[in-house]
Design a protein around this ligand. Structure first.
Ligand code: FES
Length: 155
């Protein structure tokens, strides 16, 4: 087993931050028409030292093991970051201890990056959305995917 595979296996043995944050400030969802996998991310912000930073990030995935492992790493990495800092994290930085993804798995990391960007785009600090009653990821699965080889933000 490669070191990458064993790191993914370790991350999957104890995935962090799975599930919805019911009072999240922002939520983003993406689907990959390439493989049909989907990932949703929630962000909850707090004030720390006069800055608005991510207090918690969580995810729900209908995706491969790599996407789940990356999302677990990424949601840990996001804690304490401002929205601006989070925006500048690349897919390869979001993989954390997993290191670079193999070529066939690049889009798995991009799925996580896409969900984060979509959540940050949907974040509107001036208009908090308490009790975000977004549909569950499962209810979004029937949405038709557009294009090919693209990560598509969903409403
Ligand atoms: Fe599609 Fe990994 S195979 S996200």
């Amino acid at each position: 087993m490669s070191s990458f595979e064993s790191k993914v296996r370790d991350a999957l043995a104890n995935p962090q931050n799975q599930g919805e944050i019911p009072d999240a400030d922002a939520m983003g969802t993406v689907g990959s028409p390439e493989c049909g996998d989907m990932l949703r991310m929630w962000l909850k912000f707090t004030e720390k030292d006069g800055k608005r930073v991510i207090d918690r990030a969580s995810f729900q995935a209908f995706g491969c093991q790599t996407a789940i492992a990356v999302a677990s790493m990424a949601t840990e990495l996001l804690r304490g970051k401002t929205a601006e800092e989070a925006k500048h994290l690349t897919a390869s930085e979001l993989t954390g201890d997993l290191g670079p993804l193999p070529p066939m798995k690049i889009h798995c990391g991009q799925l996580v990056e896409g969900a984060l960007r979509n959540a940050l785009d949907n974040d509107s600090p001036a208009m908090p959305t308490p009790g975000n009653l977004a549909p569950t990821l499962a209810s979004s699965l029937h949405r038709p995917a557009a294009g090919k080889l693209r990560i598509v933000p969903l409403d």
